[in-house]
Each structure stands twice: as C-alpha cells, then as structure tokens.
Ligand binder design. Structure first.
Ligand SMILES: Nc1nc2c(ncn2[C@@H]2O[C@H](COP(=O)(O)OP(=O)(O)OP(=O)(O)O)[C@@H](O)[C@H]2O)c(=O)[nH]1
Ligand SMILES: [Mg+2]
Length: 677
C-alpha cells in the first residue's frame, strides 16, 4: 500500500476551446491533431508531485456535466472568442459553485496573440472556489505542464487559505502562522542566516549555501525594503519569502512547513467562504501533569528579546500570532478547566489586563480590588498572598493601540497563574504563541515553582477560585484558593501542599475541613491555618479560638499545629517550609500524618537494612576466612589473608574472626553480635 492520493481532474469548456489538445499535449509533450474526446488519462506520480496519482477526464460540450466525483476542474476559454469567456459565468461557474470544486481558469491559444484580459478579477472575487488563472498555449507548450500540476496541487496545497488573489496579499491567518514559525527559529527580533538554515534543514533536509541566502535576501529586499535589517531577515522579510513562493505558484513549500507545524484546513460549510488554516495542538499536551513544563516557561522568557526590549515584553506583539488575546481574555477560556468558578480569575485578570504591575509582591500591603475584599481575611498584613480578591492584577486603563509593556517576570507569572487554573488550555495557548510543545512527555523537566492549594469553606469572599503568584527567595509560589465544598478542586497531585484555612470557626465548618483532611491521601502534605483579624474576642488561645477540634485532630495525627495569622510571622515562609518538607528529618514541618511514627519506622527500616548488610558481609567474610584458613593450613598463599583482613577491619571484627574462625557456629554468633553493634 502506498500513500498516494488519487485525484480526478476534469477539463471543461465550450466547443473548440482546445480541451482535448491540452490533454494530449500534456501527456505527449507534442501538439498534434486530436480526437474529439480523449479517453481518461492516468498520470502516475511525478517528481514534482510524488504523492498524487491523477486521472484526467476530457469532456465534450454535448455531454451532461459530469461533475460528481471530481476533485478539481480546469475551466478553459478561448482568449480570442469572447463568447467562450461569457459562457463561464452564464453556464459553468454557477453549476460548479453548487459543488464547491476547486477550479482553475485557463485562457487558451495565447500563441495567437493576447487580447485585453476579460474582467477576471470580478470572477475571482465572486467565485471563491476559483483558485488560479493561467494563460496557456498547447501549440507552443507554454504553461501546459504548470496548468496540470496546479490543477493537482490545489487539492494538496490549496491557495485560498494562504493568499487572497483579489488583494494579492497573504491571508491574516497565514501571516499569523508564518510569524509563529518565524519565532521558532530566532531568539531575537531578527532571523540570522544560521536560523534560516535551521529552518531550511528542518523541513527540507538540506542546508542553503551562503550564496543562496544572499540571493534570497536580494530578491525579497527588491520586493520590500523592510525585509532585511543588519544583514538579517526581519519578520516582514520572512513573510515575503513565503509570499514569493506562493506567487510563483510553488505552494508545496509553504504547505510542507505548515503541515509539519500542525496546521490543517478547517473546511467551511459555506461555499462562498474560503476554507481556513487551523492549528492543531499536540496530543501529548493532554498527558502533561503537574507544573508548567520548563520549555514553556523558557519560551515565555525568550519573549522579552523577540517581542520586547530585552527587559520587558510587548504583549501586543506576543499575541499577534493568534486570533484571540491573552488566555484569560478569551471567552470561555476557563470553561472545562478544573476550576468551576475560574471566570473570576478571568475577569480580574482581564479587567486590569497587563497594564502594569501584575502581581502584588508579598511584602507590600495591597489595595483591595473589590469592595468585599476590603474586609476579607488575611494571613498577615505584610503579605498579599492570601488576601482575597486583591491578589491579582493591578494596573491602569490603557488606550486602544497603546503598547502594553510588562516586566518579563510579571509576564511569566501571569501565565503561571493562568496555568494553575486551566493547565491544558494555557499550554495550548503557549503552543499557539510559538512554543514547539512537548517532544516526549517525561523528557521535559518541570519548571521549579511551588504550588499550594488553599481550601476554604467560608463566606462569600472565599467562594471564588483564584490564584496568586508570590515570590519567596528564589522560588515562585503559586497559591490557588478553592472552596472546599466545590465539586472540582483539582487533582491533589498537582499541588505540593493543601492548606485548610479556617476563618469562621463554626463546628459544622470545622468538621467539614477535618473530613476533607481525612479524605486526603496520607502521602499528601497538608496544614491548617487559622485566620485571625485581631478583632475576635476570646483570642486565638494558641490555635484555639473555637478551633480546639482542629488542634486535637492535628495532635492525634502528629500534624503541625494550625498556623495562627495574628501570632505567627511570615506566612509565606511558613507555607513554603510546609510545602517542601519531606518528613524525613527532625526539624522539618510535620505535614503528613503520623510524622514521628513515619520517621521512626523509616529509621527502623534503615537499621534493618544496615543490619542485613552487615549480616551478609559477616557471613561472606567468615566464609572467605574459613576458606583462606583452610587454604593456609593446606599451604596456600598470603594474598587472600590481606583482603580478608581489610574486610574484617571495615566491619570491626578482626580480633573475633582471628580468634575463632574455624567453626560455622562461631561465625553465626559473631554475625549476630555484629548486627547488634
Ligand atoms: N493556435 C492554437 N490552436 C489550438 C491550440 N489548442 C487547440 N488549437 C486548435 O483548436 C481547435 C480545437 O481544438 P480541440 O483540442 O479539439 O478543442 P476541444 O475543446 O477539445 O473541442 P471540442 O472537443 O470540440 O469541444 C483545433 O483545431 C486545435 O488545433 C493552441 O494552443 N493554439
Ligand atoms: Mg475535444
């Protein structure tokens, strides 16, 4: 089985326009008298189109139009008989329109001289399925091969999604796609010759010579001065390379590149509207679990060079390769994400969209963003980390069209935020921006940031899912707040720590939190936080203040006592310590149930392992010793002894083994002593 595509090309037109001559000339490369109707001709795959096997079908004007099962049409008119041109619109084009078959208009017999061109542009604008117009002569073989090749290529490499014939420009979607591909080969604003060669080698497996590159530059600069800067291609120049290939009817080149990068056609059910380019995301993005992949973060970091000034990122530039805006600005972006109420994040982020400082740094007191959040509970006045509502974006309104510059760190934080609520959609969005995606799941490392899930059961201010990015020393800390009653709290595998925040210490609320804690897997880290705003009478009393059940719960399970916001110090530091504790050493936070028992069990296990290892060594040692002694008694050499001595010295058994190594009984009792040592 080969993977050749079978296509059927129909040649259509008024009587005597030269249909049969065209087919005959193409097949034999000789212009000669022809029968009224050629038999169907099978054209095998050619060098130019190795993956197409075509059948060319001739027609006779007396035939009923055999338009069924046809992939493309060559519609011929005689350049010197106006009536044959008029038939196109009067007769053929409306019929083809019903079936929306890609068609090439062919002006024949140009060897007889050129006539003023009929109103072709009108036809092109009206009939979207007309993909090209070609003037030919069978008599002189002018453009006959090109005509048939194009009729096949428009099936594989259609023009309308890439180029508008009526305006002679690339379509907006193809511009986006080519600009996206441009980003894949440069880490700055310009594309170096090395980058261009990487591009060339990636898709066409052969590098360009330096002379070829210089020649290419000359041609595109002739078309558009802005194509080259400092001897390197600009993004405009890169677009012009594609345009040049398209205008020269070499559509295979752009299509090979586009297909390799995941573009396919979205067929439009309305025949009057062109099919569109569509980017497909790699399937393995769905398999990615956990934090944002390192490659995605690295790609975002690179944007400060490619779409910024080296320090800051111009967000308009970043999103110019996609039809929508930033992830959280897109309608329905958070639908289907694990956050059931992620829309709040979307609104908060987009309303302040990327205009200035984005995340409030933990050390600066923040201005509440919403009226409710003014009274919202907080861990500590010096941190915005858990300050509901005000933690998202701050900024001023911008004028339409104004540059939106952000610091590179804020830009990345915004994506980490978005990822924490809608991971898959955010990855797909970054892929659409130009990140190549995951090569192999598992190969790619995760970026290093800490993810904390805050579960809370209180009051209106806590009902919304929201995320914050904060920084602690060198770590980025992402805190996502979810109501614990919410059916969709995300996968706990995604988080390093689950925090239960108790604001309102009602017994029912507390029981719900404890139940939630009990249902967490024992290997998941968790801790409790008691939020105190200082006005609560009766005091927290340590972690009390109505929270005795929580304190008891923690004691019974040997968990860290609840953190009390009013009394304790830096909440971020405390949470980071909890999120990074692995429960192995004494000073670490106790965040997994039965920490001491776990540690003791771990110690016992280690000792057992050590004991076993010693036992094995001793048994081996005594075996060797017995063997050597026996050999010595039998006149063996001393080399074995020194090895044995070394071994015994290592496990501290020299004297014992020397003193009594002749019997098996002694050896096993010595081993037991060694193990207990
Ligand atoms: N000068 C010139 N004459 C051509 C050319 N192509 C075809 N002819 C002549 O035009 C006449 C019609 O050519 P055909 O190939 O039979 O045209 P057709 O469209 O198949 O005609 P029907 O089958 O009757 O519909 C013949 O006399 C051809 O020799 C051309 O490129 N140049
Ligand atoms: Mg004919």
């Amino acid at each position: 089985m080969d993977d050749c595509r079978e296509i059927r090309v129909l040649v259509l037109g008024d009587e005597g326009v030269g249909k049969s001559s065209l087919i005959s000339t193409y097949v034999s490369q000789i212009f000669s008298p022809v029968p009224a109707k050629m038999i169907p001709i099978l054209v095998p795959p050619s060098h130019a189109l190795p993956s197409v096997r075509a059948t060319i079908l001739d027609t006779s004007p007396s035939d009923p139009l055999p338009l069924q099962n046809v992939d493309s049409i060559i519609l011929v008119y005689d350049l010197h008989r106006l009536s044959t041109f008029e038939s196109l619109e009067r007769h053929y084009l409306p019929l083809i329109e019903e079936l929306n078959i890609p068609t090439i208009l062919c002006a024949s017999k140009v060897d007889k001289g050129t006539n003023p061109p009929p109103k072709l542009l009108n036809l092109l604008a009206k009939y979207k399925f007309v993909a090209a117009c070609i003037s030919v002569s069978s008599k002189t073989l002018l453009q006959v091969n090109e005509l048939f090749l194009t009729s096949m290529a428009i099936i594989l490499y259609p023009l309308p999604p890439l180029f508008s014939l009526s305006t002679s420009t690339l379509t907006p979607l193809s511009i986006s796609a080519f600009l996206r591909i441009y980003r894949m080969y440069t880490t700055t604003k310009l594309l170096s010759d090395t980058g261009l060669n990487e591009f060339q080698t990636h898709y066409f497996s052969a590098p360009l010579l330096s002379d070829d590159i210089q020649g290419l530059k000359k041609i595109v600069v002739k078309e558009d001065q802005r194509s080259v800067e400092d001897g390197r291609f600009t993004s405009i120049g890169f677009l012009n390379i594609f345009k040049m290939f398209i205008v020269r009817n070499q559509l295979e080149m752009p299509w090979v590149v586009l297909k390799e990068e995941g573009y396919t056609l979205k067929v439009n059910p309305d025949p009057t509207v062109d099919d569109e380019l569509m980017l497909n995301h790699p399937e393995n993005l769905k398999e990615w679990k956990g934090r944002m992949p390192k490659g995605a973060e690295e790609f975002l970091k690179g944007m400060k060079e490619v779409c910024g000034d080296g320090e800051r990122v111009d967000v308009y530039k970043v999103v110019e390769v996609i039809s929508g805006g930033l992830p959280w600005e897109e309608d329905g972006f958070f639908e289907d994400s694990w956050s059931s109420v992620g829309g709040e994040l979307a609104r908060s982020v987009s309303s302040n969209a990327l205009t200035g400082s984005i995340i409030v740094p933990p050390q600066s007191p923040t201005k509440p963003a919403t009226p409710q959040s003014a009274n919202s509970p907080r861990l500590d006045d010096s941190t915005a980390l858990l300050d509901s509502g005000s933690i998202l974006l701050e900024g001023e309104e911008v004028e339409e069209g104004e540059e939106r510059m952000m610091s590179s760190d804020d830009f990345i934080d915004a994506y980490i935020l978005s990822y924490s609520v809608a991971p898959l959609k955010t990855l797909q969005h970054i892929h659409a921006l130009g990140w190549r995606g995951l090569k192999e799941v598992g190969e790619e490392k995760e970026s290093e940031y800490i993810r904390i899930r805050v579960l809370t059961g209180d009051s209106a201010t806590w009902e919304k899912v929201m995320s914050v990015v904060s920084r602690y020393q060198k770590s980025r800390v992402v805190v996502t707040t979810v109501p614990w009653g919410s059916s969709n709290k995300g996968d706990d595998d995604d988080f390093d720590l689950t925090v239960f925040v108790i604001v309102d210490a009602k017994p029912a609320v507390i029981e719900e939190a404890l139940e939630c804690c009990r249902s967490l897997g024992e290997d998941r880290r968790r801790c409790f936080v008691r939020l105190e705003d200082g006005s609560v009478e009766g005091g927290a009393g340590g972690a009390g203040g109505g929270c005795e059940a929580v304190v008891k719960h923690c004691e019974e399970r040997d968990l860290e006592a609840p953190f009390v916001s009013r009394e304790e110090g830096d909440a971020v530091a405390w949470l980071v310590k909890c999120a990074t504790s692995d429960g192995g050493t004494e000073g670490e936070k106790r965040v997994k149930p039965y920490f001491r028992e776990r540690r003791q069990a771990l110690k016992r296990k280690k000792m057992m392992k050590g004991g076993l290892a010693v036992l094995v060594l001793v048994v081996v040692g005594f075996g060797v010793s017995t063997f050597v002694n026996t050999r010595e008694r039998n006149g063996g050499k001393g080399g074995g002894r020194s090895f044995l001595d070394g071994l015994k010295d290592t496990i501290g058994l020299s004297s014992r083994s020397r003193n009594g190594s002749s019997s098996g009984g002694t050896s096993s009792s010595a081993a037991l002593t060694a193990a207990s040592d």
